[in-house]
Design a protein around this ligand. Sequence first.
Ligand code: NAD
Ligand code: IPM
Ligand code: MN
Length: 349
Amino acid sequence: TDRLHLAIIAGDGIGPEVIGQAVRVLEAVLPSGVDYTSTEYPFGAGHYLATGEVLSDESLAALKQHDAILLGAVGGDPADPRLAGGIVERGLLLKLRFALDHYVNLRPAEIVPGVASPLAQPGDVDFVVVREGTEGPYAGNGGVLRDGTPHAIATEVSVNTEYGVERVVRFAFELAQRRPRKKLTLVHKKNVLVFAGFMWQRVVDRIAAEYPDVVVDYLHVDAATIFMVTDPSRFDVIVTDNLFGDIITDLAAAIAGGIGLAASGNINPAGEFPSMFEPVHGSAPDIAGQGKADPTAAIGSVALLLEQSGHRDAADRVRAAVRADLDARGDVARSTSEIGDAIIARLST
Ligand code: NAD
Ligand code: IPM
Ligand code: MN
């Protein structure tokens, strides 16, 4: 709690733009007694193209020495053949989530006053997606046979371990128990993905017995996307696999005011490795370098970082300032730094 040696990976595209504002907010609220250092690391598509390094073993070892990581976004020009195959997405972002055992990918979605949801009658939307972060179809378990021929076969086999499913489901139950609605929804596709789906449901059923006050629900992922649009207030805590969680959290962001507001934390709950906080969005090449990116998602990720680092009051101050700014925002277009300035101006002392 009294030490925060932060690693900053601003990344590509709008990453450095939003992280600049997020770091300003962090440094404005951090209690003065904290032993704070920040170290910037250049990793991302740009660094890879310039140096050939995606993430070396030495760099990974250096990152492990930090208490937390703040990341902007990584990913370059999608048309650049040198970046094909998700070289930085897999080799940097997913590598960090896996190597630092970020098995909880926490992605809150809340409609707060002043935010224009595209839904006409959204209701009281306040839910958290607990996305599994180290397994599933992201595990890299696949390959191509007869590559480049008309008979090529590509597989991408989802990996689900009892250990991996149990620990993320347990985290989700703990979270649900602390929230007023005390509801947990498993989102999967157990009518088709029967082996993994059965495992997830069995684990949920087993752990549910330890949390009798948590109401348990199940939705197939396709139906979950319906309800996220037609009745999103039915959700409290959603627990789901890595790929379903990726998809439904972009949808969750969209209904809760847009991808520019959606914060996330890649958490290693036991603190064995540094947790990593990042906006849900990517490097947004379409708006990069124009000062148009909304830094609110990155700033909200700082609030999650502070909370996870034991600085609850500082986290609350950031959240309150973000809410006040959202409530006053209206539809006047503002630049990245203007939004940062406005949020900093609203920080309570
Ligand atoms: P994206 O999230 O970068 O962009 C999708 C849309 O949302 C774009 O129109 C973009 O302009 C808009 N947008 C995103 N963030 C915004 C913000 N803060 N303010 C305003 N508008 C915002 O998704 P994409 O286009 O699918 O991906 C672009 C690149 O980013 C790809 O290389 C992808 O692999 C990578 N990516 C990285 C991360 C990450 O580092 N965590 C996450 C997602 C995508
Ligand atoms: C996200 C991103 C990443 C993911 C990509 C860039 C690997 O979309 O953080 O949501 O799929 O997890
Ligand atoms: Mn995503």
